[in-house]
Design a protein around this ligand. Structure first.
Ligand SMILES: Cc1cc2nc3c(=O)[nH]c(=O)nc-3n(C[C@H](O)[C@H](O)[C@H](O)COP(=O)(O)OP(=O)(O)OC[C@H]3O[C@@H](n4cnc5c(N)ncnc54)[C@H](O)[C@@H]3O)c2cc1C
Length: 383
């Protein structure tokens, strides 16, 4: 019997726990620092076909149809002239058992959590120290408790403290010079879009995305704004909860986004965007990083959760085959998706009228070009 400790009960930690528990040779426990998993309601998540296929291995297709949505297209709009630029058919990558899906984040987390026995998740367990012994790994928690395990899976998110502990130096993600504003909005308050698709509106140094999260009228709204902040500002998390700061972000966004939309946003939250600078490989052969702790991407390909699920699945397969290392292909894939997410960010945020004009012409052509679509999206969506 192998003892496996999973640090962090987010999407990646809960997904790998679901996979590993299928094998009775593993004794697994998830250690989560908070007193519950994060089931905050209201915010959406997009899952592309590559991760839906992997989620189907644990019964995701049985989620009630009411609680998810399958958009067929991504519609691109210009914020300047309010006109549609083009549309991209994402349903071409759908297969009968796996379709591009949007849903509320808590629906996914609840699905992953509810399939696990309660006793498998230990709450209020914040890791403070990792000691490598000859035979096993000792994990110490804030409350002076400790456990021993054979394998350690680190899935404690983008600010992973456990990653710094095993590297014996502080590893910080990089501030991506951008702030995200997330909110919900009623379908009827979004005029001039096709409400059965994902809408991406491109502005200058800003883009916003809206999509249905289920079969009610609730939509997820997110705006990503290029914004330089001092290191003092982005490390002070209370700033992002400050009403004055949120109002200033809203007023910057409303210079381009329809004020009627801004007025109707609900559940508004602001946060800085952080990304990884490189893939960190643990030196101990029985320690693994997955999810945002492994690598955190800019949000402009909506691949963070999908990649968290992919990497968790790959690690599960590796453990089953007693192969302890992610291979070179995973590092290559991570770099490719990171590059494309950054390229999307660049293209979505252009501000010079001439480059915008060229971009729009190119986009109209490329979204209908099968070779381009297969190369740009297919290499990510077909895993
Ligand atoms: C603006 C924005 C929009 C996004 N939209 C999408 C999208 O549409 N589609 C998509 O695929 N992805 C999206 N993502 C990315 C996605 O949300 C993340 O990639 C994903 O949630 C990562 O999951 P995770 O399990 O690695 O980390 P998390 O979900 O962050 O979970 C980490 C868990 O570890 C716990 N923890 C932290 N420290 C400790 C510790 N020391 N000890 C124990 N537990 C600890 C935390 O409490 C948490 O429960 C978006 C991200 C951003 C920023």
């Amino acid at each position: 019997m192998k003892k496996i400790a999973i640090i962090g009960g987010g999407i990646s930690g809960l997904y790998i726990a679901n996979l590993l528990r299928q094998n009775s040779n593993y004794e697994i426990t998830v250690y989560e620092k908070n007193n519950t998993v994060n089931i905050e309601k209201g915010y959406g998540i997009q899952l592309s076909v590559n991760s839906i296929k992997l989620l189907s291995k644990i019964g995701f297709q049985n989620i009630n149809l009411e609680n998810k949505f399958h958009p067929n297209k991504v519609d691109f709009y210009s914020l300047k002239n309010k006109k549609k630029i083009c549309d991209l058919d994402i349903s071409v990558f759908n297969i009968s058992e796996a379709k591009y899906t949007t849903l509320q984040r808590f629906v996914l987390i609840n699905f992953l959590k509810d399939r696990l026995p309660n006793s498998l998740i230990n709450y209020n367990k914040k890791v403070t120290q990792i000691d490598y012994e000859t035979e096993n790994i000792e994990v110490k928690f804030e409350n002076n408790e400790s456990i021993k395990c054979d394998y350690l899976i680190i899935s404690d998110g983008v600010f992973s403290k456990t990653k710094s502990l095993i590297a014996e130096k502080e590893i910080k993600p990089r501030y991506f010079n951008s702030v995200a504003l997330r909110a919900t909005i009623d379908k009827n308050d979004l005029q001039g879009i096709d409400s059965s698709n994902i809408s991406i509106s491109l502005g200058s140094n800003l883009h916003s995305v809206s999509y249905p999260v289920d079969n009610t009228d609730e939509f997820n709204f997110i705006s990503i704004l290029r914004k330089k902040l001092s290191s003092k500002e982005f490390s002070d998390y209370s700033l992002f909860e400050d009403k004055g700061f949120i109002s200033s972000i809203l007023s910057e966004i409303s210079e381009q986004v329809d004020p009627d939309i801004i007025k109707n946003l609900k559940n508004i939250r602001c946060f800085p965007i952080f990304v990884s600078t490189k893939v960190h490989q643990p030196t101990n052969k029985n320690t693994f990083l997955i999810g945002d702790a492994f690598f955190s991407y800019p949000p402009t390909f909506a691949q963070g959760a999908s990649q968290s699920i992919e990497v968790a699945h790959e690690l599960y397969k590796n453990l089953e085959n007693e192969n302890n290392q992610f291979n070179f292909e995973r590092i290559k894939r991570t770099r490719m998706i990171d590059w494309k997410s950054k390229f999307n960010y660049f293209a979505f945020h252009l501000s010079h009228p001439l480059t915008i004009w060229i971009r729009n012409i190119l986009m109209k052509y490329l979204v209908k070009n099968k070779n381009f679509i297969n190369n740009y999206l297919g290499t990510i969506y077909k895993n």
